[in-house]
Write a protein that binds this ligand. Structure first.
Ligand SMILES: NC(=O)c1ccc[n+]([C@@H]2O[C@H](COP(=O)([O-])OP(=O)(O)OC[C@H]3O[C@@H](n4cnc5c(N)ncnc54)[C@H](O)[C@@H]3O)[C@@H](O)[C@H]2O)c1
Length: 444
């Protein structure tokens, strides 16, 4: 099939590349001239594991190309994917200007039948708005609008796309349904379902999934906060409840809050959609409030340890990306931690394997950057861990201890074993677990 993907970000580029991998001809369109030039030069503009191999192969074999010109891109395409941003507007609702803007442009240029697929995360009722935007200029028999929300996870995007748990397709058109079925067949050979439904239910499925996962994380963060007050160990509680198959083991790891380009904005947008429909989501409201506090929940613990005064203190920070295996820093908790430390008069040197360039662009000289995880530690009063990159899981603790001014770690991701920290003589403060060696270190 000939496919056009409009918007070549984390979702669009993975979508386009993976469809090319199954033999389709894909042209990716973006308005970012620099990004398109980079891709034309054979460079992947984002960090996403395994994407580079597929990207290079499909360009080499002539199935994947890039342009800034929407009209030429859609000329031959039978299917047009919209993988455009839906950032939060000022009131928290999803801003549809990119999606509807492109739908409007498409209406003016399509001349034969196209399936227009919305892959962006959009509120209930958007397929109808896209349809209306197209219908302003195009005859209705020239297009069908399909809602096909994307569930890939950054860091696992290629694997998730190639082997999805399920594919959700919202459409009321038999013709479009057949096209989508043929397109996705190669991805569900192991029997995972393509679930067909109406457009509205498909749109809500995506928000419900993200809101549920954000709730699960947040629930566990609250349990962790409570553990700290009553002397229970959240790791034990996590295993204790996660082994119940009704609960499941995943998304139960406590930490310094969820971030990223999806959960925060999607949870907020669902709350806003609820309000617009006259329904107040109580759980969602609480999730947002708890997560807001959780992002800087490590700060009072640090202040506590330093007699409530961080002026002139210097911290090493490991991890900037909102999660491991991505360079995405949108709504990353690490950034909130940096802001709070700097506001309290401290300085920060950070290391992240992939996200430093993006943070440099955003925060400039608010912090300094190290070339590796050990250089970041030089002369720091303590180490703070904000992202659970695999690299940080088994460091050379002798080296860590010798480079830090004090053997003191604030771990926002619970990477280390309490007994080991005790044995190694580190002051260690994590989430939902006992503080280790903390009096001895703080008084040192
Ligand atoms: N990132 C994720 O993990 C993820 C997962 C599932 C769903 N989603 C959803 O997918 C959508 C896209 O997310 P993303 O993370 O890929 O966004 P992104 O910001 O990484 O990429 C969007 C791209 O669209 C381009 N663009 C903007 N306006 C354009 C236009 N008029 N024509 C062509 N290109 C244009 C931008 O230049 C950018 O390259 C969002 O709705 C998001 O919520 C994201």
């Amino acid at each position: 099939m000939n496919i056009a993907v409009v918007g070549t970000g984390y979702v669009g580029l993975v979508t386009g590349t993976c469809f090319a991998e199954t033999g389709n001809h894909v042209i990716c369109v973006d308005i970012d001239v620099k990004k398109v030039q980079m891709m034309k030069d054979g460079k992947v503009p984002i960090y996403e594991p395994h994407l580079d191999v597929l990207f290079e192969r499909n360009i080499r074999q002539g199935r994947l190309s890039f342009t800034t010109d929407l009209k030429s891109a859609i000329d031959k395409a039978q299917i047009i994917f919209l993988a455009l941003p839906t950032p939060p507007g000022e009131d928290g609702s999803a801003d549809l200007k990119y999606v509807l803007g492109v739908a409007n442009d498409l209406g003016k240029i399509i001349t034969d039948y196209k399936v227009i697929v919305d892959k962006s995360t959009v509120p209930v009722g958007t397929a109808e708005k896209v349809h209306a935007a197209l219908a302003k200029n195009a005859k209705e028999e020239l297009f069908d609008v399909v809602s096909n929300p994307e569930f890939l996870r950054e860091g696992f995007a290629v694997d998730d796309f190639l082997k999805p748990d399920r594919v959700v397709v919202g459409t009321s058109s038999e013709r479009a349904r057949k096209v989508m079925e043929d397109l996705y067949k190669p991805f569900v050979r192991q029997g995972n379902p393509i679930i067909f439904m109406d457009e509205r239910s498909a749109e809500l499925t995506k928000y419900a999934a993200n809101a549920f996962l954000a709730t699960k994380i947040t629930f566990m963060n609250e349990i962790a906060n409570f553990c700290e007050r009553v002397g229970a160990d959240v790791d034990k509680v996590r295993i204790g409840i996660g082994t119940d198959s009704r609960i499941g083991k995943r998304f139960l790891f406590p930490g310094i809050g969820y971030g990223g380009s999806c959960f925060p904005k999607d949870v907020q947008a669902l709350a806003k959609s609820g309000k617009e429909a006259g329904y107040e989501f109580q759980i969602i409201k609480a999730v947002m409030e708890v997560n807001e506090d959780q992002k800087t929940s490590i700060i009072p613990k640090i202040k506590d340890t330093f007699g409530n005064d961080l002026k002139g203190r210097h911290f090493a920070l490991w991890g900037l990306a909102f999660k491991p295996d991505t360079d995405d820093i949108r709504e990353a908790p690490a950034l909130y931690v940096i802001d709070a430390l700097v506001a309290a008069g401290a300085t920060v040197t950070a290391f992240d394997p992939e996200a430093m360039e993006n943070v440099k662009k955003l925060m400039g000289d608010k912090l300094t950057f190290a070339k590796d995880e050990y250089e970041a530690l030089n002369g720091a009063d303590a180490l703070i861990i904000a992202t659970e990159w695999a690299l940080f899981r088994t460091p050379d603790f002798d080296k860590v201890g010798s480079l830090l001014k004090e053997k003191l770690i604030f771990d926002g991701r619970n990477l280390y074993d309490l007994d080991e920290m005790k044995r190694l003589g580190f002051g260690y403060v994590s989430v939902g677990r006992d503080r280790v060696n903390i009096k001895a270190t703080a008084n040192a």
